[in-house]
Design a binder for this molecule. Structure first.
Ligand code: F6P
Length: 320
C-alpha cells in the first residue's frame, strides 16, 4: 500500500483530530502517503483533497472538532455520487481509505467497498457511543464530561433557588450520554430511550426527596427518550414545583478532548493504518475490555448497542 485517504464524516466529535494525527503519522512511519479528504464524502465527490505530511497534523492533538471538516452527504448515497468519488480515488492514486464517523458513514464506506473493491477501514467517532463492536467511540468521554460540567454549574443555581431542573442531552437513539453523565453528575432521575419511564413516578420521587430536605433535583433526559421541554412542562403541572429546562445542545460536541478520547483516538487511528497495510478491508476498529479489536462491518452497521443495565440500576439506587 503506497497511498491512503482519510476523511471525517457525520457529526464531529472531540478526539477526531487526534485520530487524524495518528493515521497520518503512523502511515508516514510505514512509508505510506496520506491524502486528506475535506468535508467527508462531499469533499470526496468534489475532489477537495490534499496531500498531508507530518506538519499537517502538528498542534491539533488538543483541539476539538476536525481539521478535515465534516458533512452529512446526500450525494454519496447515490450511485452517481459514489462514481464521482471513485474517479477521485483514481486521480489521487488512493489504495485504501480510513473513514472516521458513525453508523451512516460506515454504511457509505461499506457500499463503496462493495461497488469498487477499494479497501476501507472505519473508526468509530461519535459522541453518541451507539456503535456495536466497541465499548467506546471517540468523543463520547469528552461529551460526557461536558455534560457533567454543565450539571455541576446548574446544581449551584438549582440549590440557591431550590428548583427542579430538567436537562436534555444529545445521543440520538441512545441513552449512553445521559446514563454516564447522570451517574457521574448525581442526577435524581435519568430518562433514556432503552428503558420505559413514567412521569408520575418521577414526580413522586421528586416530592419525597423534597420532603426529606433535598434542596434541588436534576432530571436528565436523553433526546431519544423525550423532549426536555415536554417533561419539564409535565413535572410543573403535576407537582407545581418551580421547574426549569436546559437543553445543552451542541456545546456537548465541542471542547478540548479528554485524555481518554485522545488516547483512544490515537490507538484506533494507528490500528486502522496497520489493518490497511496488512491487506484487511471492510472492518471497524474498536476497543473491547481495553483491547483494540477489529470487527467486520457486517457485524457493526445497523446493529443495536445495549446499554449497561447494571449502571442504570446503580444510578437509581444512588439517587434515592
Ligand atoms: O450524532 C451526533 C449528534 O450530536 C446527535 O447526538 C444529535 O442528535 C445529532 O448529532 C445532531 O446533529 P446536527 O449537528 O446535524 O444537528
Amino acid at each position: 500500500m503506497q497511498r491512503i485517504g482519510v476523511l471525517t464524516s457525520g457529526g464531529d466529535a472531540s478526539g477526531m483530530n487526534s485520530c487524524i494525527r495518528a493515521v497520518v503519522r503512523k502511515a508516514i512511519y510505514h512509508g505510506i502517503e496520506v491524502i486528506g479528504i475535506k468535508r467527508g464524502y462531499s469533499g470526496f465527490i468534489e475532489a477537495e483533497m490534499y496531500p498531508m505530511n507530518l506538519g499537517s497534523v502538528a498542534d491539533i492533538i488538543h483541539r476539538g472538532g476536525t481539521i478535515l471538516h465534516t458533512a452529512r452527504s446526500e450525494r454519496f448515497k447515490t450511485k452517481e455520487g459514489r462514481a464521482l468519488a471513485m474517479e477521485n480515488v483514481q486521480r489521487f492514486g488512493i489504495q485504501g481509505l480510513v473513514v472516521i464517523g458513525g453508523d451512516g458513514s460506515f454504511t457509505g464506506a461499506s457500499i463503496f467497498h462493495q461497488e469498487y473493491g477499494i479497501p476501507v477501514i472505519c473508526v468509530p467517532g461519535t459522541i453518541d457511543n451507539d456503535i456495536a463492536g466497541t465499548d467506546y467511540t471517540i468523543g463520547f468521554d469528552t461529551a460526557v464530561n461536558n455534560v457533567v460540567d454543565a450539571i455541576n454549574k446548574i446544581r449551584d443555581t438549582a440549590t440557591s433557588h431550590e428548583r427542579t431542573f430538567v436537562i436534555e442531552v444529545m445521543g440520538r437513539g441512545s441513552g449512553n450520554i445521559a446514563l454516564a453523565a447522570g451517574l457521574a453528575g448525581g442526577a435524581e432521575s435519568i430518562l433514556i430511550p432503552e428503558i420505559p419511564f413514567n412521569v408520575q413516578d418521577i414526580c413522586h420521587k421528586l416530592l419525597s426527596g423534597l420532603k426529606r430536605g433535598k434542596l434541588h433535583s436534576i432530571i436528565l433526559v436523553a433526546e431519544g427518550a423525550a423532549s426536555g421541554l415536554e417533561i419539564g412542562k409535565q413535572i410543573k403541572e403535576l407537582t407545581g414545583l418551580d421547574t426549569k429546562v436546559t437543553i445543552l445542545g451542541h456545546l456537548q460536541r465541542g471542547g478540548i478532548p479528554t485524555a481518554f478520547d485522545r488516547t483512544l483516538a490515537a490507538r484506533l487511528g494507528a490500528k486502522a493504518v496497520e489493518l490497511l497495510k496488512d491487506g484487511e478491508t471492510n472492518k471497524m476498529v474498536g476497543i473491547k475490555s481495553g483491547e483494540i479489536v477489529a470487527t467486520d462491518l457486517t457485524e457493526v452497521i445497523g446493529q443495536p448497542k445495549s446499554i449497561d443495565k447494571e449502571m442504570y440500576e446503580l444510578a437509581k439506587i444512588l439517587s434515592i
